[in-house]
Design a protein around this ligand. Sequence first.
Ligand code: PFF
Length: 476
Amino acid sequence: MTNTPHGQWSSRWIFILAATGSAVGLGNIWKFPYTAGENGGGAFILMYLICVAAIGIPVMMAEIMLGRRGRQSPINAMHTLALEAQRHPIWKIIGWSGVVAGCLILSFYSVIAGWAIAYIPKMALGTFSGAGAEQANAVFNGLIGDPWILLVWHSLFMMMVITVIAKGLEKGLERAVSILMPTLFILLIALVLYAAFSSGAFMQGVQFMFATDFHALFYPGCTPEQTACEFSGQGVLSAMGLAFFSLSIGMGAIMMYGAYLPKNISITSSAITIAVADTLVALLAGLAIFPIVFANHLDPAAGPGLVFITLPIAFGHMGGGTVFGTLFFLLLVFAAWTSAFSLLEPVVAWLVESWRMTRTKAAIGCGIFIWLLGLLSVFSFNILSDFKPLSFLSSTPFADQTFFDLFDYLTSNIMLPIGGLLIAIFAAWVMQHAARREEMGAEPPDMSYNTWLFLIRYITPIGVALIFLNAIGLFS
Ligand code: PFF
């Protein structure tokens, strides 16, 4: 098959923009800084980079390859590929777990994107002019404490996503990403320059990000002087989970985009370009945010509110901060928007293929379902903030989690890595040699193909397994 019923990307560049649009999102600008902050900074970031290079890029290549060979939504693509390899169609479970993960992620992703939308008018009206940490905290807590307001912005964001996906590949996705992505990159660089020259604590931020203090990673909340510290492998698991989340891998989003990729385009160089751009944006976001955290004596471990508290303080003190700040949150919304497309597209494509639904109906139907699921995240910050659904699982990370925390933890730290592991096993061990080689365009001896195969055969499965075992305390 050379084409899907949904169409195909019009060029390599558009594919890279769309896939980078999927990868670059709230994961880079919102989640990366606060997760790194919660896990002690430098050592966490080093682990993150290792996971991106050794596990992330190979899995991304495998996903693009499987998508392009299967030429359908991940569920149907995996079905076809399993039959081609003369194996049991149960392998389509990869597609199914991706659909479930995608719905769960989009349900809370939309709520956080809603925070970013809410900040656009706040910035534009000068709410943060001259504001200190206390005022910025108060505005943020006021927002997340009000379920009605959160509901309005969550609904708006879901409608924005549904509208683009309903329009299809060329008129929706391609058009949107080719405008949104370049703008985003330029603004982020401008912001880092601002942080470098005006916060007065740039070096402190850099040091936090690049000083590799493994003690802070393995013994959270414990200073080197303390002796009775408890070992935890959760930090490393979070680094791997964040790498999967940030690269959009392990759930079929990139597989779906791979299905629209023309035959003659190199998978290796595309995947490396996407991963490098994604990592660069995460690091730039860190460089923009941590100096501000330290200059204003804020806590880097403040959690999900970090970006929504630090950046407004910075904008509130800078010349032109009102315009610049408004623009920043607008672009954060754009980044989230281009990521959300790839969360909705796989399930919509599947409904179009297998249930013969129109794109519009499928997009609206799934959108409403995910919007409803999102209500649980909306309420996690206010009326259900004390409700911990799995509190009976004491002494596990789940015990103290709200619905929002659970959806986030379950998808990033469990479902995406397991999805990635299965994708790696399928690509490396189940698929037939000839099919894999043909799809990767490899003629023996091909160094980059062989390196990839080695990584995906041994390093990815062993790495993911070790990180899981470490997280459940086997090496403590
Ligand atoms: N990569 C996106 C981000 O960093 O915000 C989030 C995401 C999109 C995760 C698509 C998973 C996915 F399939």
